[in-house]
Design a protein around this ligand. Structure first.
Ligand SMILES: Cc1cc2nc3c(=O)[nH]c(=O)nc-3n(C[C@H](O)[C@H](O)[C@H](O)COP(=O)(O)O)c2cc1C
Length: 439
């Protein structure tokens, strides 16, 4: 007991199975809010009290802090898609669900539902602990949904039934892990989730991010990815302490360092460069150093109007080791890229938009809604054509016009023979929405 290793502790916690709940309430404007939580527990029978905790980085925090009541839904084992939907930072978690107009939303198909009055809120480190008094209870015989070791416990034994319009996809790693992955309606949301380090790209974050990106790209049911950061920053770049340790503690030679770059941070640009599914960066707060480069690897960049960008490598005596010097001039032009790289200056969102580094800036509260809106515009189109459009644009950077035209002609030949192309044309002529099959 003389030393405490947070990582070992976290892994050990993951060994305990927990039940999965969705907690719902209404915000001050009567809009429904809801989050997936597994921190639920019963603490007293007289009076009947329960507690659960919500991360301070949750977008729903202000709504729960002022809500006089909330509902706890203990999910049934076939509700993993619903759990994923409420574990995403999506603006429209309640789309297609029948929840009534007033009072905390009540969801159907659960193992149990508890109606609660908010009694106390407690400071709880990186979470706020909510205590509620149970004033109503109903239950069903359905087995509960369990979470264990970073995944839904009995997933392998059953085929997940997607709920209306929801694609089932497990969260990668543990619920509160360094990168979270959720998906719904053909859109995957990947969130860097180490707000305490401003989402620095530590080794475990790099591995989890690469896994999440590959997972989205390998899934034919995904047509767009939103990449964002939990908390106040998008990404603060490389983990300075870890970078220092490479030479200070581990005494790496130049050749070992070269190999480290190839096998760690450079996995991100290599993965991004090979992807077919488009990625939208929703840049909240800081995008500094490798964080700025990470945004540059995405296909579309939008930013909160308090976002800050910098190619800050010279400040610590190094160069962009992750492709920044290749990516940035292709986005903002050589002169502006040189200015950013050589001065290390911090530029605000307005200047970033002026440079063409981001295409839109928005109030922070509207950033993810807008990213979702753009993603929804993209995913309405035939899945294969979306991926080919992205590849055509990316591949065009490195080829002659003649080579590009050859590639476009060959791909167009394939796309025009696909059912989805015929369906798109028929739908326009028949003035009805299309129904694409990815064929
Ligand atoms: C199985 C599971 C359990 C979770 N448990 C919690 C939890 O207890 N507390 C919490 O703050 N987040 C938990 N999360 C993560 C939140 O659901 C997630 O951060 C969500 O995006 C919050 O939504 P919001 O930012 O729109 O408020 C859990 C996620 C999953 C998949």
């Amino acid at each position: 007991m003389d030393s405490f290793d947070p990582r070992t502790y976290r892994d050990a916690l993951g060994q305990f199975a927990t039940g999965v709940t969705i907690i719902t309430a209404r915000d001050a404007d009567n809009n429904p809010v809801g989050v997936t939580a597994n921190s639920f527990n019963s603490v007293s029978l007289d009076p009947p009290l329960i507690l659960w905790s919500l991360s301070k980085s949750s977008r729903s925090m202000p709504a729960f802090e002022q809500a006089a009541d909330f509902n706890v839904h203990i999910l049934a084992s076939d509700q993993d898609a619903l759990s994923n939907r409420f574990a995403s930072r999506s603006a429209d978690k309640f789309a297609g669900l029948d929840i009534g107009d007033a009072g905390p939303p009540l969801l159907e198909g659960c193992t149990a539902r508890l109606r609660c009055k908010t009694r106390y809120n407690y400071e709880g480190g990186d979470h706020i602990i909510f205590v509620g008094e149970v004033v109503g209870y109903e239950h069903d015989e359905k087995p509960p949904l369990l979470f264990h070791n970073g995944d839904y416990a009995d997933k392998k034994r059953r085929i997940a039934k997607p709920d209306a319009g929801v694609t089932s996809a497990p969260v990668i790693g543990k619920a509160d892990d360094v990168v979270t992955y959720s998906s719904s309606d053909r859109i995957a949301t990947i969130t860097l989730n180490s707000p305490d380090t401003r989402n620095a790209l530590a080794e475990n974050v790099i591995a989890a991010l690469v896994d999440a990106l590959q997972r989205a790209d390998n899934d034919p049911d995904i047509s767009c990815v939103i990449l964002t950061g939990a908390g106040a920053s998008f990404c603060s770049g490389g983990n300075i302490k870890q970078i220092k340790a490479l030479t200070a503690d581990q005494g790496m030679s130049p050749l070992e360092l070269e190999n480290w770059y190839r096998t760690h941070i450079q996995r991100i640009p290599n993965t991004m460069d090979a992807m077919s599914v488009p990625v939208i960066a929703a840049v909240n707060g800081h995008a500094i150093g490798a964080g700025c480069d990470l945004a540059c690897m995405c296909d579309i960049r939008i930013a909160a109007d308090d976002a800050t960008f910098a190619e800050s490598f010279l400040r610590v005596g190094i160069i962009p080791g992750d492709g920044g010097a290749w990516l940035l001039p292709r986005i903002v032009g050589m002169a502006r890229a040189s200015q950013m790289l050589l001065t290390g200056e911090f530029i605000n969102a307005a200047k970033a938009q002026d440079y063409g580094l981001v295409s839109e800036t928005l109030e922070p509260a509207k950033l993810l809604d807008r990213a979702m809106e753009l993603a929804q515009q993209i995913v309405q189109y035939p899945p294969i054509a979306i991926r080919k459009s992205k590849r055509l644009l990316k591949d065009a950077r490195d080829v002659t016009l003649k080579e590009h035209l050859d590639q476009a002609a060959i791909w167009q030949g394939v796309l025009q023979q696909m059912d989805d192309h015929r369906e798109a044309v028929d739908a326009i002529l028949e003035k009805r929405p299309p129904n694409f099959q990815g064929k």
